[in-house]
Structures are given as structure tokens and as C-alpha cells.
Write a protein that binds this ligand. Structure first.
Ligand code: ADP
Length: 315
């Protein structure tokens, strides 16, 4: 059995005026919790649509558990559950009927009905099974979307922005649920705009930018490799009028109230020297905080390059 959950091989997608994917190649490993990140227009949805068989690559190939999504699409589809952003449903069906129908489309019979009831329970939908879908709130519909993608117990689960626009409580429920699925052996692929979500959940991160894979790295290595840390100095309000020393001034990222935020390059800028320099200029330091960079800091740095204004560029 293959160790690879999804393999992308030199995937290109050209629309009339846009080269949305420019030769994307990487593997998502079986059993990992993978975060697919990237700014708007990077190509994430296009890559997922191709994987789900909803769009065709212009060239290259995608396989799920070794099954090519074009030539072996039935097996690929069976192995994959995709939680889309939007719910397309027949308003006259109840939640339970709709899930059973969905299982039927996937080639499953009554043997998965107990699993459907379990899904309803785990997504806190157990008392909504008989309701018609149009009676549900937005958050409840979101849960149904997730259940719908899982009716056939796919080994590989892709969640496309599952928490966009949901409240904090549902976000927690969904995070916990995806963690349970992961612990039960499912491969999880998450696309998200919330970087703290990727930071909290994912083992490995891929960053797409302008249709190319820019980063593919273990999350901890990515966080650890980043050569900066942040230092905030709260200065006494009745400070001096002296300027900060030039070598401190060039590290300043932001000033608010009496606080200055500095970005220090590891191995080059030293906290002790900065503090001595600020004190030496006559300032009194009231409080000091340091912070390691978050995935968000790294993401912004990696994707906000000088040509970011051309996101979605033509080629
Ligand atoms: P993301 O999901 O990362 O925001 P998308 O995959 O939606 O990015 O889009 C990648 C690029 O492809 C964008 O420039 C987008 O405008 C373009 N694109 C996506 N779908 C279509 C389409 N159906 N027709 C033309 N261009 C498209």
C-alpha cells in the first residue's frame, strides 16, 4: 500500500487569461494533517477542484492513494471526501435523507447508516436529522457539509476553508472533530485563511503563491527556522526627548502609546544591547516582552514579495 495520500505531479491549469497552476509537484503523506495555505488567488481552490474531479488539469496528474483522479476516478473518489465551502442541497430532503442519498451516490448502502448516525452525533446534529436542510442555521449547514463529505468514510479528507465565517464555538467543535478524525487514521488536508488554525492543527505546511508551491515544510521546522524574534519595550510616559540610538531605530516595526515593537534578527541583534542602548539614551523601560514569530509573521514575509501586487497574474 502506498505511503502517499495525494500526489501532485507537474500540475498546470490555464484559464483563458490566467496560468493558475504553474507546475505544482508535491506529495501529501498518508496520515498527516497537512495545511495548504496561500494568499487569495494563489491556486488553492483550483488544485482542490482538480483533486476532487470537478475540474481538469491542463497537464500533469493527481492521484489519491495511488488512483489517478482522471483515469481511475471511481477509486480516487471513493478514497476522498471533500468538504466544500458551499452547500448545494435539495431543500425538500431531511438532513438524514440527504446524507443517506449522498452515501448512495458514493456507492454505499445501508451498511453506512449507523456511521451516518454517528456523524450526526459527533457533529452535534443528532436532533436535526429529521429537519429539512433549509430550516438549519448557517452554522448547522456547515456541519451538514462536513457530514456529507464523510458519509463513505473516506481515508483522505480535504477541508476547504471549513471555518470561514463561523462563530468561535463552532470553530472549536470543528477543530476537535478534525483532530479526532486525524487520530482515527484519516489524512487531513486543510486550506485556511486563519493562520493560527494551521499553526494549531497541522503537522506540515505547503504554501502556494502565484500558482507555485513556495514552501513545503514541517510546521515546527518552519516556525523554528525563522530567524527573527520580536521585542516590545514599554517606555515611561515621562521619557526623555532623546532619539533612540540609530541601531535600535532601524529595528522598530511599530510604535503605539508608549510601546515600541522591535524585530530582532537572531544572531545579529541582541536584546541586552538594545535595552542598554535605549536606557543609555535616557529612556526608562517599564516593561519588556519577547515573542517568537507566528506562522502569520512567516506567511506574510514569504508571500508579500515585491511582485505581490500581481497576484493572479497572467502568463
Ligand atoms: P485561491 O483558492 O488560492 O484563492 P483560485 O484557485 O481560486 O485561488 O484561483 C487561482 C487563479 O485562477 C486566480 O487568478 C483566479 O482568478 C483564477 N481562476 C480560478 N477559477 C477560474 C475560472 N473558472 N476562470 C478563470 N479564472 C479562474
Amino acid at each position: 500500500m502506498t505511503d502517499t495520500a495525494i500526489s501532485f505531479r507537474d500540475v498546470h491549469k490555464r484559464f483563458a487569461t490566467t496560468h493558475a497552476l504553474k507546475g505544482v509537484s508535491f506529495d501529501i503523506k498518508r496520515g498527516e494533517y497537512f495545511g495548504l495555505l496561500g494568499p487569495n488567488g494563489a491556486g488553492k481552490s483550483t488544485l482542490i477542484s482538480i483533486t476532487a474531479g470537478l475540474a481538469q488539469a491542463s497537464s500533469g496528474s493527481v492521484a489519491v492513494l495511488g488512483h489517478d483522479v482522471v483515469t481511475d476516478y471511481r477509486a480516487a473518489r471513493r478514497a476522498l471526501g471533500v468538504v466544500p465551502q458551499e452547500l448545494v442541497y435539495d431543500p425538500f430532503f431531511s438532513v438524514r435523507e440527504m446524507l443517506r442519498l449522498q452515501a448512495g451516490y458514493q456507492g454505499c448502502g445501508k451498511e453506512v447508516w449507523p456511521w451516518i448516525d454517528e456523524l450526526l452525533e459527533r457533529l452535534e446534529l443528532e436532533d436535526k436529522g429529521a429537519n429539512s436542510i433549509r430550516q438549519l442555521s448557517g452554522g448547522m449547514k456547515r456541519r451538514v457539509l462536513i457530514a456529507q463529505a464523510l458519509v463513505h468514510k473516506p481515508e483522505v479528507v480535504i477541508l476547504d476553508e471549513p471555518t470561514a465565517g463561523v462563530d468561535v464555538e463552532l470553530r472549536r467543535t470543528l477543530w476537535d472533530f478534525t483532530r479526532e478524525l486525524h487520530a482515527a487514521g484519516h489524512t487531513i488536508v486543510l486550506t485556511t485563511h486563519y493562520l493560527e488554525e494551521a499553526e494549531e492543527l497541522c503537522d506540515r505546511i505547503g504554501i502556494l503563491n502565484h500558482g507555485e508551491l513556495q514552501v513545503l515544510e514541517d510546521k515546527n521546522a518552519l516556525l523554528g527556522r525563522h530567524p527573527y524574534r520580536f521585542l516590545s519595550l514599554e517606555l515611561a510616559a515621562e521619557g526623555t526627548t532623546e532619539a533612540l540610538p540609530a541601531y535600535v531605530e532601524r529595528l522598530v516595526e511599530d510604535r503605539h502609546d508608549n510601546t515600541i515593537d522591535l524585530k530582532l534578527k537572531q544572531g545579529e541583534d541582541f536584546i541586552g544591547e538594545v535595552i542598554e542602548g535605549v536606557r543609555g539614551a535616557g529612556w526608562r523601560i517599564v516593561d519588556v516582552h519577547t515573542r517568537e514569530p507566528s506562522l502569520e509573521n512567516i506567511f506574510v514575509e514569504l508571500t508579500m514579495d515585491e511582485d505581490s501586487a500581481t497576484t493572479g497574474d497572467t502568463a
